[in-house]
Structures are given as C-alpha cells and as structure tokens.
Design a protein around this ligand. Structure first.
Ligand SMILES: NC(=O)c1ccc[n+]([C@@H]2O[C@H](COP(=O)([O-])OP(=O)(O)OC[C@H]3O[C@@H](n4cnc5c(N)ncnc54)[C@H](OP(=O)(O)O)[C@@H]3O)[C@@H](O)[C@H]2O)c1
Length: 281
C-alpha cells in the first residue's frame, strides 16, 4: 500500500577511500546490499569490474596523495547522491622490512598515504559535516595502531598516528555532532599481505636476513589463517549506524583479546609474548 512515510526515507551515503580491493571493496558491497548509496573511490576506477554492477554504487577517481582528486570526488559524490553521511578512510598499505633498509622516499610515501592522505580527506569533509551538524568519520587504523610487531616500524608509526589524530579529533568535532570512529582490525586476508606491501630491502644490507626470514615465515602463517574482510565490513556497518560516540572498534584475529592483554600486562611481559610468537623457529 502507498505509504507517505516510506517516500520520505532517503538512503544514506557512505564515501569510501581505497574501495578497489579488500576491506574497502567488501564494505562497499555490504552497504549497497543494505540499501545505502556508496561513493566508492579508488585510484583506477576504469579497472573496476565488480562494483559497477550495483545500481547504488558509483566509482570515482581518488588518490589520497593528490588533493585535487579528493576535491573532485567529494563534489561529484555530493552532486550524484545529494548528501554524504559517513566518510570511511580506508586507503592504506604497509611498508614491511627493517627500518634501516627504508629510503626517505619510502618513509615519506608511507606517512603521506596512511596519515597525511587520511587527514587531507578529513579536511575535505569536516566543513561539510560541521555545517550539517551531522556526520561520521570512520578511520581504519589497525590493532597495530596500539601494539607493535617487528619489521612494521613505519606502518606502526602511521597507524599510531591515526589513533592519536582520531582520538583528539573526536573531542573537537563532538560539539558539531560529528562522530569519529576508529576501526582496529587484526590480521585480515586481503591484498594487504601479497600485492600491496612495499618491501623494504637494500641489496648490500644482509645483517637482517636471518631475522627477516624467520619472522616473515611466522607472519605468513598468521595471514594464511586470518579471516576475510567481511567481519571488518560488519564492524564498519555497526560503527556507521551507531547512535553514540563510542570511539574504538577492534575486530578479528583475536584483536579484542590482544588489546585486552596489552592493557593489563606490563610492557616487558607483553613484548615478551610478541617475541615468543614471532621470533620462534
Ligand atoms: N588486511 C589486514 O590485515 C589489515 C589489518 C589492519 C588494518 N588494515 C588496514 O585496512 C585498510 C585496507 O587494507 P586492506 O587489508 O583492504 O588491503 P588492500 O586490499 O591492499 O587494500 C588497500 C586499498 O588502499 C588503496 N590505496 C593504497 N594507496 C592509495 C592511495 N594513494 N590512494 C588511494 N587508495 C590507495 C589500494 O588501492 P589500489 O588497488 O589502487 O592499490 C586498495 O584499494 C588499510 O588502511 C590497512 O592498513 C588491514
């Protein structure tokens, strides 16, 4: 039967960075299947085959390293959907290897992508959300934004930065009714472990080889048994629809338990546990 109330319900819209694969793509599909509009942004939308099948998903070019693409994608999504309710800052990758092997351009790119890029997207959205007095910013950090593992020093640096940035931002945006959420996934099976990492290596630097081989083998074992990205999409769904200002959402691969241990154990004990798991033969 005709319902005037139903006609007034406007679909919500989520704007996602890094929607070409893994957590971003799975989240785009999860939201579209539940009636949301999705602005799925990525570096190369021309290559996208799957998301274009959904009527309520539109793909836009966005490289977090290029401000112009952020502005253009934001304007286009507003034009196409009328409004944006949730920003999901998901784009990111890991530089993996001994810090000594990283050159300056690798260090800069890691921080420019995972931290400065995420901040640039926030800059594009905050004035809009502030004027609306409504909006949610969801930043994908990592369980690695609160604990650390070996050989990920640059990546951890970025994710700890995302944690601190997001937590502080949540204070100043609350008066404008803008919610800030941090998603903290544990290991999740995506391109993160094979296609995406920037492997830090220097031809003449052999001192770390044994350590790298041993640790990498243990990482591969952990990645092989990791869950798929759908559990993160479900957590992002919960965060996007939450009515309260809860900040942190740990998800997957024992992340909530690991963070619990981190909270209750002295640093030396917790780091001893990490060593026992990752440094073993
Ligand atoms: N998988 C895990 O175990 C795990 C755990 C904790 C946190 N996370 C975080 O989850 C997020 C998503 O990672 P994922 O696991 O889904 O890995 P993924 O499958 O490799 O996806 C990463 C996405 O980021 C995009 N991206 C990289 N650089 C970009 C740039 N300059 N501009 C725009 N997009 C860019 C990639 O685009 P291209 O396709 O163009 O490369 C891709 O869409 C990342 O922030 C990651 O740090 C992952």
């Amino acid at each position: 039967m005709f319902s005037p109330v139903k006609l007034l319900i406007v679909s919500k819209t989520i704007f996602i960075t890094g929607a070409s694969s893994g957590i971003g793509k799975t989240t785009a599909i999860y939201f579209a299947e539940r009636g949301w509009n999705v602005a799925a942004t990525m570096r190369h939308p021309k290559n996208e085959k799957e998301l274009i099948k959904y009527k309520t998903i539109k793909c836009y070019t966005l490289d977090v390293l290029e401000d112009k693409t952020i502005e253009t994608a934001f304007d286009a999504a507003i034009r196409d959907f009328g409004q944006i309710d949730v920003l999901l800052n998901n784009a990111g990758y890991a530089a993996l290897g001994p810090f000594e092997a990283a050159d300056k351009s690798q260090i800069e790119k890691q921080f420019d992508t995972n931290v400065i890029g995420l901040m640039s997207v926030c800059h594009a959205f905050i004035p809009y959300f502030r004027k609306r007095k409504l909006g949610t910013i969801i930043n994908v950090a990592s369980v690695g934004g609160r604990i650390t593992f070996p050989l990920y020093s640059l990546y951890h640096g970025t994710k700890w930065a995302v944690e601190g940035f997001s937590e502080s931002l949540s204070f100043e945006l609350k008066p404008f009714n803008i919610k800030v959420k941090i998603i903290e996934p544990g290991a999740i099976k995506t391109d993160f472990y094979d296609r995406s990492p920037d492997i830090l290596k220097k031809e003449k630097l052999k001192a770390y080889d044994t350590y790298v081989d041993k640790t990498a083998a243990n990482y591969l074992k952990a990645a092989a048994s990791a869950p798929g990205p759908i559990i993160v999409a479900k957590t992002i769904w919960k965060a996007a629809n939450s009515k309260n200002f809860k900040l942190r959402y740990a998800v997957g691969s024992g992340a909530p338990f690991i963070l619990f241990l981190k909270r209750i154990l002295p640093d030396a004990w917790f780091m001893g546990l990490v060593r026992r798991v990752l440094d073993r033969n």
